[in-house]
Design a protein around this ligand. Structure first.
Ligand code: ADP
Ligand code: MG
Length: 217
């Protein structure tokens, strides 16, 4: 991970949230108040100019700016939660580049921030249910003998997508959906779904290592 990749990740996330806005809102209409798509679209739309105006000196500066912007622009629960996650990640990434293992540690710090702010445990049918498995998958891939960022990002995206689908049979125990009690069962969690978009965006912007160019002698 380097500064251009961090910028590309957040810009691709903004585009994905915009594309999937209607779906996120439909999911939130079923078990919440129907604003998850518009909350995130508004937040990430504000992230774009904030990043354009930034001259980042570190990967962390990019994530911190995006996180602060989400916190200030999104009224719903998801803004402060995603904002805190990105800011916590930013704090752990002070350099111009980050190895897969360093990025895995940042994802872990992001998860801890979400859990400390929102109090959700795994299985509570929240974005923690996607962020946790995605982080575990990224971390496992990073611990391989020859860790590769793209492989780790793809593993994380697949884990997040499966985990988001796996929230459907759960009963919500945090956030607005918890007010529905057992009636929250049978619907995919909107926040876990947007977390899957975030990790898929990371996989999408991570290009394979270009082949070594051989220069003529
Ligand atoms: P609001 O619930 O304020 O309308 P959003 O609709 O933007 O906010 O976001 C709802 C999503 O936020 C939920 O689907 C869930 O994944 C996530 N969420 C809500 N409360 C919590 C919490 N305490 N911890 C983690 N995630 C949460
Ligand atoms: Mg909502």
């Amino acid at each position: 991970m380097d500064i251009p990749l961090a910028l590309a990740w957040l810009r691709e996330t903004a585009a994905a949230v915009e594309r999937e806005q209607t779906r996120l809102t439909e999911l939130d209409s079923a078990i919440g108040d129907g604003d998850h798509g518009s909350n995130l679209a508004r937040g990430f739309a504000a992230v774009l100019p904030a990043l354009d105006a930034l001259a980042p000196a570190s990967v962390g500066a990019v994530l911190t700016k995006a996180g602060s912007t989400l916190i200030s622009k999104v009224g719903g629960a998801s803004g402060p939660l995603y904002g805190s996650a990105l800011r916590a990640m930013g704090k752990t990434l002070p350099g111009e580049r980050a190895t897969p293992a360093e990025f895995a540690a940042a994802l872990t710090a992001g998860l801890a921030a979400v859990q400390s702010l929102g109090g959700a445990q795994p299985g509570d049918k929240t974005l923690v249910d996607a962020w946790g498995p995605a982080t575990a998958a990224f971390e496992a891939a990073s611990a391989s003998p020859a860790p590769d960022f793209r492989t780790a990002a793809r593993a994380a995206a697949e884990a997040a997508e499966q985990a988001a689908e796996a929230t459907t049979p759960l009963q919500a125990r945090k956030g607005r959906a918890s007010y529905l009690g057992p009636r929250s069962i049978g619907h995919q969690d909107p926040g876990a779904t947007s977390t899957a978009l975030l990790f898929r965006a990371l996989a999408d912007v991570t290009e394979p290592t270009p082949p070594t160019v051989s220069h003529p002698a």
